[in-house]
Design a protein around this ligand. Structure first.
Ligand SMILES: [Zn+2]
Length: 204
């Protein structure tokens, strides 16, 4: 029993070090009454994650963002459905949990993932987090595209990922920006996405 983790050996070592230096004792430096030195068992630790992805636009492909098919003359090129927004989101979730990245969990060399709906990969990612005792708090995505206009599809995108993330709609932010004909998307040859998320560690 004790205010801290009650490691008697470490406490004795600390006391001997402080004693040798004639600098009082452990109690006078690390007061029992100080909240900072309490056990953190059961404490929910917050962890932030960020993700980024970019795919090339090509004729003859569907444009899918957060599981929503957007009417457009071109679509994103990739091994899966190339849903750049969902990929960035997955990478931010894995990053927050320090569980590597999308490529190591879902390699593009694998035939199983060819043209796969990326929402299935998102579901698998949420399960990986759950199995590692993490719960999602909120997500914030910024999609970078010269065209098409994405505003009419944002609500649908949120509704697609909401049941998978298992968080309220108010905890999901999806924004779109055009880069004003500058930056990486100025030629309209690609779409990129940045994602940021917060997850909570659930300790037993
Ligand atoms: Zn991708």
């Amino acid at each position: 029993m004790g205010h801290s983790d009650a490691s008697v050996a470490t406490h004795a070592l600390i006391d001997s070090l402080i004693g040798a230096a004639a600098l009082k004792d452990i109690g006078s430096h690390f007061l029992n009454s100080n909240e900072n030195f309490k056990k953190n068992k059961g404490e929910k630790m917050l962890r932030v994650g960020q993700g980024y992805d970019l795919h090339k636009l090509k004729k003859g492909r569907d444009l899918i963002l957060c599981g929503e098919k957007i009417p457009f003359k071109k679509g994103l090129l990739g091994h899966s459905d190339a849903d750049v927004a969902t990929h960035a989101l997955i990478d931010s979730l894995l990053g927050a949990a320090a569980l590597k990245d999308i490529g190591s969990h879902f390699p593009d060399s694998e035939e199983n993932f060819k043209n796969i709906n990326s929402l299935i990969l998102l579901k698998k990612t949420v399960l990986i987090l759950k199995n590692n005792n993490f719960k999602i708090s909120n997500v914030d995505l910024t999609i970078v595209a010269k065209e098409p206009k994405l505003a009419p599809f944002i609500e649908k995108m949120k509704e697609n990922i909401m049941p998978i993330l298992n968080i309220p709609k108010t905890a999901i932010s999806i924004k779109a920006t055009t880069e004003e004909n500058l930056g990486i998307t100025k030629k309209g040859s690609c779409i990129a996405c940045f994602s940021c998320c917060l997850i909570k560690e659930i300790k037993e």
